[in-house]
Write a protein that binds this ligand. Structure first.
Ligand code: GDP
Length: 376
């Protein structure tokens, strides 16, 4: 945010694949990777690192290789950007399903633009027109119907439509002002991290700004250390990397969490000082929730907030619908505040609901349901 406009340069867009289970997120990520990524160097790392880059007409796109909105939303709940563009994968034979709606809500809450990949177009049972109608019903009106959602028919199985999909992503990216300062403060997000038997802590980082070099000291969440070695997504050893580049680094003293923010610091000493400051801050903070009803009411009264965001859970469909309808009626009867129902579903309150709420400043309301352990 502090970067001066004249120092900014375009960076590749970062894309997350979301959608209902079995609609083909993993297959699409694999198909794009297979078509774009040549083999790595011998002696490099051979496993995927949780993100890769593909190229279309000379422009790069960074794909997060961990499908599903859990990863996307947990990143956002920790304050990270998550992604610049969401590809919503919808199977053409199955249509809009509960997790399709949920994923669309997560993306909308993040104000991240959506491109729809209408997958499995190869199947005889595919019914693209029906799916487009369903998409329009959830406010994703296809561009061919004068809406502003690009819907690209694809088949991960036959590698059909992949170029069109990448073209659509770049088109949307063009309107998003996706930029960074390669010479600015180096910072970004942890994509994933693990303890490797042989190499110690391996963390995949996605740089949002600046440049990282081997030998730099980084602080990721509370983990820190000097970068001993760095690999690109093909497993090749590299010495430095710029914005939107996924890199795997060795040298951290601990395993950071996916979604943690990282930055380059002066020294290990500075890193330790920042960590102890963070720890004392946490100790003095009360355990009050981020958003309380009182706090929301005060902010609405003060005019700081024009929108009340809700996540509504109920035990059965027969109670969910009337509740949602009454909330909508209430919203229409007054002009002080807009009510935005980010998500509505039957069933207990889950971790995913809480993550969405935390990431979107929303409140979760449950009718005749409980919260499961993780959610609590
Ligand atoms: P995910 O749960 O969204 O990651 O879905 P997967 O990528 O695991 O795919 C679920 C199933 O759909 C697998 O059996 C895939 O082989 C199949 N599948 C994925 N894409 C296509 C496609 O384009 N056409 C057909 N016919 N099957 C597909």
């Amino acid at each position: 945010e502090d970067e001066a406009e004249e120092n900014l340069q375009p960076r590749p867009p970062v894309v997350a694949m979301l959608g209902h289970v079995d609609h083909g997120k993993t297959s699409l990520l694999d198909a794009i990777r297979d078509a774009n990524v040549a083999g790595g160097e011998e002696g490099g790392i051979t496993q995927g690192i949780g993100a890769y880059q593909a190229e279309h007409q000379g422009q790069k796109i960074t794909f997060l290789d961990t499908p599903g909105h859990a990863a996307f939303t947990s990143m956002r709940a920790r304050g990270a950007q998550g992604a610049d563009i969401v590809v919503l994968v919808v199977a053409a034979d199955d249509g809009v399903m509960p997790q399709t709606r949920e994923a669309a809500n997560h993306a909308k809450a993040a104000r991240v633009p959506i491109v729809v990949a209408l997958n499995k177009i190869d199947l005889p049972s595919a019914n693209p027109d029906l799916v487009k109608k369903q998409l329009a019903e959830i406010d994703l009106v296809p561009d061919e119907w004068d809406g502003d959602t690009i819907v690209v028919p694809v088949s991960a199985k036959n590698s059909q439509g992949l170029d069109d999909l990448m073209g659509a992503i770049l088109l949307v990216a063009d309107n998003q002002n996706i930029k960074a300062n390669p010479k600015g403060e180096a910072m970004g997000t942890v994509v994933e991290a693990e303890l490797d038997k042989f190499r110690g802590v391996m963390a995949t980082l996605l740089l949002q700004n600046g440049t990282v070099e081997v030998g730099d000291t980084i602080l990721a969440g509370k983990a820190h250390g000097r970068i001993k070695a760095m690999f690109d997504y093909r497993g090749n050893r590299i010495k430095k990397a710029g914005p939107s580049t996924p890199i795997a680094v060795m040298g951290l003293n601990d395993v950071p969490r996916a979604g943690d923010l990282f930055r380059v610091v002066e020294s290990e000493k500075e890193a330790r000082a920042i960590v102890s400051e963070m720890e004392s801050e946490v100790a003095t903070q009360s355990s009050a929730p981020k958003v309380t009803l009182e706090d929301l009411y005060a902010r609405l009264q003060a005019g700081e907030m024009q929108e009340l965001r809700l996540i509504i859970k109920a035990d059965v469909q027969g109670s969910l619908e009337p509740i949602v309808n009454s909330v909508r009626e209430l919203a229409e009867k007054q002009a002080e505040v807009d009510i935005n129902i980010l998500h509505q579903e039957t069933g207990n309150i889950t971790e995913s609901d809480v993550m969405l709420a935390a990431a979107s400043d929303a409140i979760v309301i449950g009718f005749s349901v409980t919260a499961d352990n993780a959610a609590e």
